[in-house]
Design a binder for this molecule. Structure first.
Ligand SMILES: C[S@@+](CC[C@H](N)C(=O)[O-])C[C@H]1O[C@@H](n2cnc3c(N)ncnc32)[C@H](O)[C@@H]1O
Length: 409
């Protein structure tokens, strides 16, 4: 939902580069505010520049942070928060793509599809409008191929590419059960031979294919001469390199250098979880933050120490055991007698501070996501496509709700 007074339009033509340029300037100028992660810093570098904002954020509760998390720009916090929030809202405003009435889905086609996934598929499919009717859908990283089957109409063909053999087999069985003629191919789309599978008559569609996977599609589809494609990207940080490698000439000319941690920012919006899941997530983070305080003392080094992700059963251990095991895992010196409840309380206090300080980074979450997707859009523009970039559903259905439509005359 665009904020009041913000002009939210589908981006196309020259507005793609204009928006990219504005976002690039905003993100580059304020890197010091969004790159350092509160989780790994006891004190963030910007806190000395903006002490009033830092104190204000640090003084708030965990519940207050939680309630502002999905829409940090609506928080009335001291400057420069308010000005940055206004910039964030206007720079990330993008309109909804127009919908068209979908043919009714085949009988029981949504059986076996989780409800939310089916709604995403319906929303995605209802925004696909191309000058030429697609002849052959190519469902890229298709899972079981639910999206492709939903799109398939009489007279059209469908090929699904997926590398998980179990999903390929389930997809094939589902297509047979619905009497739909679809080819489910077991294929690693990153493999060299994938290029030979793309044909100019294909209309590739990709719903939530991760980083390298959808970038690969953009490159192969444009090289194969596909006339049209539709991509809703996801997980920009799932890439094989350790730094982001831009694909458009505008992004290649940017001063912004993005690490994997930076690329994870757009995905840091946590979906609304139930109370139990939230409690588990919070406990895990509070314990890690407490352990971080402890390890700094044990090592005598005031630096964050990365720890591996741990099985959730670790949260059932008493806190002291949790720390002993984690210290052993990290080969730290023996922990002497400790006031465990004080450490644990310090972890919870730090969690509240971290979550509130993260609200400032949150203002850059959507702008960075838009910068990344505009890199893809501008690359397609350079390849001779007309590009439309808009949203295909509301955020609660999926925060990864940008859809890129490209077609060549
Ligand atoms: C997030 S899921 C999306 C699946 C489907 N498009 C959907 O919306 O339900 C990503 C899919 O990509 C597949 N995948 C991951 N890496 C792949 C690769 N290298 N080649 C082909 N498929 C891959 C996964 O197995 C998974 O099914």
């Amino acid at each position: 939902m665009p904020a009041k007074g913000v002009d939210a339009r589908v981006l196309t033509g020259e507005s793609l580069l204009a928006r990219f340029t504005a976002l690039d300037a905003f993100l580059t100028e304020h890197q010091a505010l969004w790159k350092p992660r509160p989780f790994t810093h006891l004190q963030l570098p910007w806190e000395t520049t903006y002490p009033e904002l830092a104190d204000w954020l640090r003084g708030r509760s965990l519940e207050a942070a939680e309630s502002a998390h999905t829409q940090p720009a609506l928080l009335e916090a001291p400057e420069p928060f308010a000005s940055l929030a206004a910039m964030s809202l206007s720079l990330s405003a993008v309109g909804e793509l127009p919908t068209h009435a979908l043919e009714a889905a085949g009988h029981r086609l949504n059986v076996d599809v989780p409800g939310r996934k089916w709604q995403q598929i319906e929303a995605f499919a209802s925004r696909l409008q191309f000058a030429d009717a697609p002849k052959h859908w190519l469902d890229w990283c298709s899972g079981k191929g639910h999206l492709g089957r939903r799109l398939l109409q009489t007279g059209q063909q469908l090929t699904c590419l997926e590398f998980d053999p179990a999903l390929v087999a389930s997809g094939q069985a589902l297509s047979q059960r619905h009497h739909l003629h679809a080819l489910h191919v077991e294929q690693d789309v990153l493999a060299a031979d994938t290029a030979s599978l793309l044909k100019d008559e294909h209309t590739p569609v990709a719903l939530h294919a991760c980083g390298d996977l959808h970038v690969r599609l953009i490159q192969l589809a444009s090289a194969a001469g596909c006339k049209q494609l539709a991509i809703a990207p996801c997980c920009y940080n799932r890439i094989s390199l350790t730094q982001y490698s831009p694909i458009s000439s505008a992004a290649r000319g940017s001063d912004l250098q993005l690490s994997l941690d930076d690329l994870a920012l757009p995905m840091s919006e946590t979906v609304t979880a139930g109370a139990r899941v939230r409690r588990q997530r919070d406990t895990s983070m509070a314990r890690r933050l407490a352990f971080d305080l402890l390890q700094r003392q044990l090592r005598g080094v005031d630096e964050y120490l990365p720890t591996p992700s741990l099985p959730s059963a670790w949260l059932d251990k008493p806190f002291a055991d949790f720390c002993h095991h984690l210290a052993a895992l990290k080969e730290l010196s023996t922990i002497g007698p400790q006031d465990w409840s004080a450490w644990e309380a310090a972890g919870w206090q730090r969690l509240a501070q971290v979550r509130n300080l993260e609200l400032l980074r949150g203002l850059f979450r959507r702008p960075l996501e838009l910068w990344l997707i505009l890199d893809r859009a501008l690359f397609l523009l350079e390849q001779g496509y007309e590009v439309r970039l808009g949203t295909f559903c509301e955020t609660p259905l999926t925060p990864r709700n940008f859809l890129l439509l490209a077609e060549r005359a």
